[in-house]
Design a protein around this ligand. Structure first.
Ligand SMILES: NC(=O)c1ccc[n+]([C@@H]2O[C@H](COP(=O)([O-])OP(=O)(O)OC[C@H]3O[C@@H](n4cnc5c(N)ncnc54)[C@H](OP(=O)(O)O)[C@@H]3O)[C@@H](O)[C@H]2O)c1
Length: 280
């Protein structure tokens, strides 16, 4: 029998590193105190993982929140991402170093290519160099479809540790997930709460009633975890940040996992570059 998951559970990456199974997302957390406070609250309530990006413009605040938390750096895991405007070898080298400068936390745990683009291969080669140089410990991708993954692997021979993509019962991306799991790529799901859009779905509300004290948001996070995904719910509110990690004392029954599995409706809440390269 496999070990039950806990808030401190980590998932091994193929390069030997380990990623905490739950993290705080900070997309649309405002620059300044809002992000710093969210990071401090998250760490206070047991998170050890924060997901930011150059695009979010709050890397500096993530770094400040981390430093103010008092938790040693080596117990925390920080992801940031190379935005599409920084694709290409030299641009990516500069962007990765710039992200680390803003974060100011010694190293980046996981550097992701935010999405496939026109210079995916040279971007990926520069990310491998950033790893070699100690700017980051691991490199991965985001929003990659199967063809993006196979093309990258064929061109460079370097397998991403992680593919971060939108995942919820309403957008299950089953084929990409299956491909990643079969090839040793950890699947990390973003927008696990559907950006709040489905939290009042009557079916979710009905299922939540079977788990006393648990909300539909907690149900969705639990679904992600039981699917085997690393998950990164975002909130800037302390009570929600706390509630979103309070999901390790209950388990969705197989029957409810099956019901949730039937909710697929290709609900993309932001963007979907997995189907073709995204060109701004
Ligand atoms: N790689 C990519 O392309 C990509 C794309 C999108 C997201 N991401 C990452 O994934 C993270 C999460 O995704 P997301 O931010 O798009 O959406 P999300 O986590 O699905 O939802 C966040 C929304 O839900 C609300 N919320 C949070 N907890 C709640 C709760 N317990 N009850 C009710 N409402 C709640 C938040 O509002 P409040 O803040 O007001 O609580 C916010 O409006 C991002 O922050 C980012 O780090 C990556």
């Amino acid at each position: 029998m496999s070990k039950p998951i806990e808030s401190t559970t980590t998932v091994p990456l193929h390069d030997g590193a380990k990623i905490p199974i739950i993290g705080l997302g900070v997309y649309q957390a405002d620059v300044g105190e809002e992000t710093q406070q969210a990071v401090r609250w998250a760490i206070k309530h047991g998170y050890r993982h924060v997901d930011t990006a150059a695009l979010y413009r709050n890397e500096e605040d993530v770094g400040k929140g981390i430093k103010a938390s008092g938790v040693p750096r080596d117990q925390l895991f920080v992801t940031t991402k190379i935005w599409n405007s920084a694709h290409g070898y030299d641009n990516t080298l500069a962007a990765g170093r710039e992200s680390l400068k803003k974060l100011d936390i010694g190293y980046i745990d996981l550097l992701l290519m935010h999405a496939p683009g026109s210079s995916t291969v040279s971007t990926w080669q520069a990310m491998a160099k950033l790893k070699e140089d100690g700017v980051c410990k691991s490199i991965g991708v985001s929003n990659f479809g199967i063809h993006h993954l196979t093309e990258l692997q064929k061109a460079t021979g370097i397998l991403p540790t992680v593919n971060q993509l939108e995942l919820s019962p309403y957008l299950q991306n089953r084929e990409i997930v299956q491909y990643c799991h079969a090839n040793g790529i950890v699947v990390e799901g973003y927008s696990p709460l559907t950006k709040g859009r489905k939290l009042n779905d009557p079916l979710l509300v009905e299922i939540a009633k079977r788990y006393p004290g648990k909300s539909t948001a907690q149900l969705l996070i639990r679904w992600s975890l039981q699917q085997g995904y690393v998950t990164i719910p975002k909130s800037s509110k302390e009570e929600r940040i706390k509630a979103n990690i309070d999901v390790f004392d209950f388990e969705l029954s197989q029957e409810d996992m099956d019901r949730l599995g039937q909710l697929e409706e290709h609900l993309v809440t932001g963007w979907d570059p997995t189907t073709s390269p995204w060109n701004p």
